[in-house]
Design a binder for this molecule. Sequence first.
Ligand SMILES: Nc1nc2c(ncn2[C@@H]2O[C@H](COP(=O)(O)OP(=O)(O)O)[C@@H](O)[C@H]2O)c(=O)[nH]1
Ligand SMILES: [Mg+2]
Ligand SMILES: [Zn+2]
Ligand SMILES: [Zn+2]
Length: 1566
Amino acid sequence: MQSSKPVKNKHVSPPELLLPELLSNLGLGDLHGGKLKLSSVLGINSNTVTEKPADSLEQLPWTFLRKLMMANLNARNIKHDQSMNDCSHPIDDSNAINPLDLITALFHCSDPFLQQEMVSKMSMCQFAVPLLLPNCDTQQSTLMLWAMRDLVKKFRPHSQTGDRTFVEGRVVEMDIPMVSFVRLGESSLSKSQTLNKLFSNPHQHNDTFVHCDMECGDIPRRISDGLVEVSWYLPCGNTNIDMFKESVAIVNMRGDGKLFKTQMSFLLQTSAAVFIFSDDLKGDLSTLIESRAELFLVTSKTFNKETIRDICMKHKVKETNVIIKKKKNDADFVKKLRFHVSKAIGKNQIKMKVEDMAAVAQRIGIVVDEDCTECTNGRTDAKGITGIIQNVVKFKKDHLPLHGEIWKEISQIEKERCRMRHADKDIEGYQSSLKTKEEELRKEQQEKAFSEAMVKFTAGISESGTQRLYFLKWLKIQLDNLSRHNLSTLREQYKDCCRNTPQNKEEIKHLDEQISNCSLGPEHFFRELAQIYECACSLPENNSARQQVQHLPALCAQMLLDGFPVELVDGDASNIPMKWIKEVLTQLHQLVDTKSKILVLTVLGVQSTGKSTLLNTMFGVQFAVSSGRCTRGAFMLLIKVSEELRSELKCDFIMVIDTEGLKSPELATLDTSYEHDNELATLVIGLSDITIINIAMENSTEMKDILQIVVHAFLRMKEVGKKPRCLFVHQNVSDMSAYDNNMRDRKKLMEQLDEMTRAVAKMEKKVANAKFTDVMDYDPDKDSYYIPGLWHGTPPMAPVNAGYSEAVYELKKTLIDSLQTSDNIMNNNATEFLKWTQGLWNAVKFENFIFNFRNSLVADAYTDLCTQYNTWEWSFQSEMNNWLICKETMVSNFGVTEKNDQINLLRARLNEWLNEALKKLREEEQTILSNLDKYFKKKDSRVRLLQKYTQDFRTSANSLRKQTEMSIKHSLEKAVEIREGLEKVNRIKDKQMETIEKKVSELLKECRETKADLSEDALTREFKDMWDEIMSELSGVTMPEINVYQDVHHLLRADLSAKSGHVSEMLNTVNLISSGQEQFIVQSDWFSNWTSYATRVVSDVKNPKIQEICDGIIRHCNSLISDHISAMKRNNTGYHETYIRELLKAVDDQVKDHQISDECEASLKVHVCGRAARLFQKAHKEFNDRNDPQNRLMEFKPIFLKNFLESFSEQDQCQKRAKQFTETCVKPAVEDYVSKHLGDEIAEHMKMGDKGVNYSTRTDFQYTLLKQLLHEDSFQNYKEYTKSYETFMKNWIQQEIIKEMSSAGKMARLEEKHLSIIVETIITTIDSCSKTVDIKAFVEEFWSGLTSQLVIPRDASSMFLILSNIKTDQFAINLKEFIREMEVNLAQGYANKTGISHITERITHLPSKPHELLFIRLCGCGEQCPFCGTPCEAGGQDHKTHFSSMHRSKAFARGYWDASEKLVLDICTTLVISDKGFSDSKTSGEWHPYKQYREIYPDWEIAGDPSMQVSDYWKYVLKEYNEEFAKWAGSEPADIPPAWKELKQTDAEIGMKKSFNMGSYKSQAD
Ligand SMILES: Nc1nc2c(ncn2[C@@H]2O[C@H](COP(=O)(O)OP(=O)(O)O)[C@@H](O)[C@H]2O)c(=O)[nH]1
Ligand SMILES: [Mg+2]
Ligand SMILES: [Zn+2]
Ligand SMILES: [Zn+2]
């Protein structure tokens, strides 16, 4: 029973070595002297959630600390594996340790802040805490005043029960009488056991003091003799429960008092009573002489009366104060003791605050832990601030003005700028005035910045490490003390009011405000600091006030690293000081060397349901725990993850976010509380990887409300592509088998959640979500936790429920586990986390969250995907293009080298090719799709944000395939048709050629046989005779004539047949021949009110722009016509009716977007077709003339003659022939080949090259285009741009190409590249042809070797073969020489033609035009904003929603007001958040609110934007050219708001960068 006895005998080693030795046994050797820090205890490491019991002495301290930090009642049970055998008979002392030794050792190692935390947690567990900490080596005791400083207790003494009020205060500052228990000499009574019984009521036993019956309690103490422990008994006001009616501090000294004279003397001077346990009353008790306290003697020995009287006399002890334990039973004894203690404290003798004991301590040589310079300085500094405070409300007004009303007003303005709830008619002006107002408020802040208190505060936190910590703690302590009194009264009133008159909302609101006004803590100073920083940010960089605050964010970041909670959202103002937070997080990122990956854990729930307590227990952290609300908002706190766990948890820190003041039930129906709660919840859920929903009261309405908020937030998250994990924690569950009992409840909760999901989904118009599990990752069985009540018994004397701590531990384990395994983790580092915060908060500020969630992360990711997709699309297209060129060439060559009847097989081949195309297209599509799949499978958290676009891009690939399929089919069929038409002509020619050849051969034979010596003249004459004869025979054969006009008329009639009678009537009167000659003028009676483009675009404006549209269409058709005509020339083809069909379709395509009247459309078609007919007729005549057999033959007459003569003279003309062949046959084909490939090549070059123009995505292109416009600064440009975006863009691209191509012979290089490719192919073909056949066969083989590359000039080739008998092998050699020569000549030709005019000419006549190719890639879907006409920028061909980054004023669509005739300023991005309405043809002239524009234009997504920066570009342009645009629109200039007037070119550029999300931009509002 007696624990100190063996210690004395065991003092074998010299005393001064005891502490270091024990510390090194415990593995704490290095930490002696307060080197152990709180943050190193709290970090997450592999032991955090281990199941393994400690198996060595070294692990004991950590196990103890870990459990203590979780307020685990079993923390002191510290047996480890080897000491487990039998505690009462330790075999080897060195293997076990007394809990008191462990505690003493740890206090020696801990720094002052950890000591405080240990004391707090020990006190929560109702463990006694050290009052005097001994050092057994130096005999120096320390008064642990600082360590106890933070203990706040609340109780109700019986003397005050009347008014039902609590006493709440800091224990060390309260007048609580102290009763000490010491042993002098020997005593057989167990003092600690007795004290524990003294404390506990019969129903509940607490082991306040470590005693020998506890685990390892009987291991001899080695360093903790002389330890003086204290614990407080505090009544709860209930007579049946309270052991003492008034509060009392019970002090227990360890060891023999005779050996620890200093401690004894301290106790005798500070205690109200001292109870001496001793069996040796006759011995030396001289230490008692100086006692101020009332003395009691407690013994178990029986003395006779005289002895007792003697002793009492000698030591001034009343005889009644001698307590002798006679019976074995303790109950009476304890009762007697309790009686004496009560009596002693009832006398009100000595009540000394622990604080005041410091003086006593100093006098007798006891060190006080607060007596260090850092601590006293910190205290003085804090006092410098709190000393100013007379009245909290006034102080806040005078010294912390920035974060009060001004900040609230700024926050409201920020939101109003997003929501435009109070906009009047002039909405841009309203926006502008809001901005000005905000700037004024910021100015006002600047003037007020840095009050006396804030100067002192800034100085305080700028101190070095420890002193800063002391300063902040002191500040908190002093502020708490200041506001405690006010607050606790107010809170009581508040509770009363809620309980008794909950209907009196006004009163409750008033009290709530008062509470809010009266509360003052360091967090208010930090709020102020944030505001000082924010308003300084709007000053110029070199301003001294601004520089003065530059270092503050880094300080705050350091505090985060030190484990302080930092406010993220100010819930009172319902806003985030974004610039401040941004800088803090940026600094944090740098402080940890960019190793700042964060996992985020959040807790949400009704206020005062133990959320903070839960987090504090779980992580040992220090979120404010309060019994009523002080502030609202969200605090973040960082917990370090140890190195060894970083890769496993995939993070460096765990960020815990605690929310405060959410859903204070009584306020719900008042003001904007619900909205604020919603915003806060959306933000924190959006930020978190795991969300804990804390539920402390089943089925209450408050819980329902909170769930609704939560479901709302989750639904929104789902919409933006995030599905966070969610756990439900049910608190205050009575017993641990609750899990099963709660099956029913769980089902009910699930039903409620589902119901709520449906309701919320309806609100957000996302009806597809029918179940809670649709919106989030939640398994009701796995993800529900049950935690018993926090207190075991009635506070304040109740310790923490062991079950509570254990359940929280289980939860913690699951959390860490699921962090390890979950793949929904975002893996953000501090800067990415910041981006999320910015994006989320920005979106939250709008009413329409989902449409506005395009934060920069999403935009980044989207751009990346577009870039990727475009390269896949490009390779798809160029693959198919090459395939098509190849097949077209084969069609042109079909049958040329074979027998004539082969042509009949062409149709069959066409089908084969089309099938081949289908297969190839499928393959190519599959490639894109699998690329997409691969892309989306990437384990990149950003890719997840793009999930909702997956289908868009898949559809795009699909429609790309379909479109290409159509166009390939069309092209091939056209090629076949042309080929067939040509064949007809060729048949005729062939026949004649045959005739001629036969005739010439006959003549030749005849001449050779009969007139052997004919002169050349004679031969020529013979030939002429024969020729004339043939010609007369052939005179009947002509080319078929086509009446194009007739054809066109027919087609037009068919096309317009569906239109009204009036239209066909009109057709009857029309004369095609004269149509299309004059300029096309729109007649005013062609359109009605609601069918004009103008009214569709701008409802309030009447200026028709039909003329312009028609002009555009005509331009487009004209270019189609001239394309066809040059193709007819190039391919030597005649007119075909498909040309006209194509034109009609082109008109249809363009007209359909603009709702043009039938009459207008018909006239337009007549106009276009009339012109086309005329031109095609002419072209067809040229074709006929060119191909007229007689004409053709006449062309060949000299060649025939020459051949005839040469053959006759049988000269070896091999060389000549080879040259001729090269010139007339190969060269044109080669030139054609180069031209065919050049377009693609140029486009590719533009795309790949580094031009300063970015063609990789639509957005990139738009960006460069607009930037260039800005720099060129010309009204004409802007006019063209806004007038016809397409035309402008095409021209622009063409100009860019020409510019690029004409520089440094770039085009020639591209031409030469293809030239040399084909020349090499030709040479190889020649080499591979057999040289042993006759020349005709050789040429046939040659051509068929090139059939897929070169279009064979059929005529020339066959002509060449007539009558030749040259040697094949020689010919091949010569041919190669000439082809090389040709290559050089052609290259030379290319190189010479570098002038801009040449290049322009060449490019416009290429069969596939590079600017067209690029345009198709960049023009996108071609949709324009229904309001302002800005083009869509979405990627892919086929997306569900169109969007644009830069909307502009309606003025750019030449809109002006009916009444004032002034240009319309309003910008789509402002309109859609305003309360305005619009009316147009789609609404049939009805007014429709802009906010719901999606009901009318469901496929447009216009994100609201109040920053006024994004549209700065167009604002600037309008401001610059207001007059010009007005003139153009025929209206008055717009009234430019003052804020616009200040815009500069650089602002326009910044705005543009911002909207296109181009890299980093720095600006004031950033
Ligand atoms: N009776 C009881 N009180 C609790 C429990 N959990 C927390 N508290 C107390 O309730 C008060 C409010 O707790 P706090 O953690 O600040 O709640 P929060 O507002 O949700 O963060 C504190 O005084 C806690 O000690 C519990 O389970 N039972
Ligand atoms: Mg809290
Ligand atoms: Zn727009
Ligand atoms: Zn689009």
